[in-house]
Ligand binder design. Structure first.
Ligand SMILES: [Mn+2]
Length: 261
């Protein structure tokens, strides 16, 4: 088997993520990679909201190694919750004037499902790993990212430039620049509505790919449907965008999208 898959926004729900990856044929009963040469993208928001963010991170990190050893690959991307959690770790309650507003990372973290149990496990090594995650990825015709926003273009006009710019900000300690990333990755619904296809087209024309695959915006919220009423990713914006966030922490499904193969 060699195919390309994507999942997103596990938010600390280790059991649900494990079960969904097993169902997709990527994990065996002991939660080890059995996807052979397949590729799996994990589109961020690994932690916060759910009970075991550290467990989800540990699983994903192990799968990166196990898949590589089997000739496959696992690619985690950066979500806004990684930035919130790391920013809280780094800046805590330090007041930051951002675009004329006084804010703190800790208050945003607390309001958005931040977990002490996750914070307590972010040591220097894990901090560096999370802060080094790429923001966007390109895999054949698919442009993969956490958030459904054009904010990525504020950091560059190639995949490599975007990732380099975000990584440099998160390697530093400028709280205003960190807030720019947090706010940018917090944006959503920018491929929606009448202007949505043109926005999606702009992103694809700039960064590459023929279809955007994103998480961050729960299908049920986005399309105003009950969280238990869908079991597939949602294609929209004239087929240019695929939302794969089922909304695990709201009781929705953990979706694993098969993108090719
Ligand atoms: Mn998110």
């Amino acid at each position: 088997m060699s195919a390309t898959f994507a999942t997103s926004d596990p938010h600390g729900h280790l059991a649900e993520l494990t079960a969904a990856l097993q169902e997709a044929g990527l994990l065996d009963e002991e939660s080890h990679w059995c996807g052979g040469s397949s590729t799996l993208w994990v589109l961020g928001d690994l932690l916060d909201r759910g009970p075991d963010g550290l467990g989800v991170i540990a699983l994903v990190r192990r799968l990166v190694d196990e898949a590589a050893a089997a000739g496959g690959s696992v690619h985690p991307l950066l979500g806004n919750h990684e930035v919130i959690a790391l920013g809280t770790r780094l800046f805590g309650r330090t007041e930051v004037v951002h675009r004329g507003v006084v804010r703190t990372f800790e208050s945003i973290w607390a309001r958005n499902g931040g977990r002490d149990s996750d914070q307590d496990g972010i040591d220097a090594e894990l901090f560096a790993w999370l802060a080094g995650l790429p923001a966007v990825g390109l895999d054949g015709d698919h442009l993969l990212m956490h958030s459904d926003t054009l904010a990525y273009l504020e950091w560059g006009d190639t995949v490599d430039d975007v990732n380099r710019a975000v990584r440099e900000i998160l390697a530093g300690d400028d709280p205003v620049a960190w807030f720019d990333v947090l706010v940018g990755l917090g944006r959503r619904h920018e491929y929606a509505g009448a202007s949505g296809p043109a926005a999606a087209r702009t992103l694809l024309d700039t960064l590459g790919g023929r279809r955007i695959v994103h998480g961050h915006s729960i299908i049920g919220d986005y399309f105003d449907e009950p969280f238990d009423s869908y079991s597939e990713p949602r294609l929209y914006a004239d087929g240019l965008a695929l939302d794969i966030d089922g909304g695990i922490y709201e009781g929705g499904p953990c979706l694993v999208a098969r993108l090719s193969g």
